[in-house]
Design a protein around this ligand. Sequence first.
Ligand code: ZN
Ligand code: ZN
Length: 376
Amino acid sequence: MQLIDTHAHVNFNAFKDDGEEVLRRCFEAGMSVVNVGSQYSTSKRAVEYAHKFANFKRDNPLDPIFPLNPLEPPESISLINPLNPLNPLNPIIPLNPLKSSENISPLNPFIPLNPLEPSENISPLNPLNPLGIYAAIGIHPVHLKKGSFTHQDPWEIDEEESASSAGTKIPTVGETFDYAKYLDLAQDEKVVAIGEVGLDYHHFEENDDIEFLKNLQKETLVKFIQLANEVQKPVMIHCWGVKSSKELDHARTDAYDDLLEILEKHPVAKKGIIHSFIGSYKTANKFITLGYKLGLNGIITYGDGYDRLIKEIDLKNIVLETDCPYLTPRPLEKGTRNEPLFVSHVAQKIADVKGTSIEEVAKVTSQNAKEILRLF
Ligand SMILES: [Zn+2]
Ligand SMILES: [Zn+2]
């Protein structure tokens, strides 16, 4: 069974002490992960991670493996997957070190890399497990405003009222989109999507100039769509409506309506993923008609609020994600830091609602992810 987490943030500070370890666990489980940038710095770090854990190249079976951190024993990077009988003995992470080194920041102490590491770690390619760690690069709409926002996960309104909705204050950078800088990142071979970028009306705060911010989010999205079309890659869209416990349906659709209008007016050649989808199945169908996949995460495990959506939408239109460190799926305890491995709980919930096996969910959604993100 192969699972792909199409939207993770192991590149965020929540993982600064053990991000590598977390990603190694994914390898050991035979998973693939797309780390998603939310501003320039985390986008760059996502690309660095992708190179550090670079995936196999099927067309070049002699690619050497990724050179290990000299301070760590080679066994620690083993890719042995005890759960996969087809893949018992292949502890490799291949990478072309000549390509990776230029993207590794010397200032980032937790992504060490030594491209000159001796060849003793070279091992034959494992053609059964061609995937790995990828990146998406963008500016999350909340980072267009300078200041901070209070992190609130939308399910809390539904399920847990205000007990935990005091949320966490997260500083935002007020980043201005620099096309040339992002173009440079976007051309990297490990970048499989442009984003996250999109519309977030959920995290507006009391004194915000909402019309100004909405317009800024829309303009930035359009510029990122131009970038996606220039490099011929899909987009990774974030879209959440305003927070309102009274009129959720309306609230959820207003951002989606704006997004649909933009995507119709500014088509993305390679389509993309509407990540962390929290709309109705009717809204979902509009995106599906445009050729988009819906990213589902832990939110669907917080109750039965999304069962209808899951039932109505064909599995072939769904991709799995965690959005870690946020949105930890049940039955894991609330407050646990989420990580890509936990995407299996999202798969299980979909399997339960659809009355199918987790293996089937894993197979179809991984195929969807490979197709839309071209992970071959
Ligand atoms: Zn998002
Ligand atoms: Zn995200």
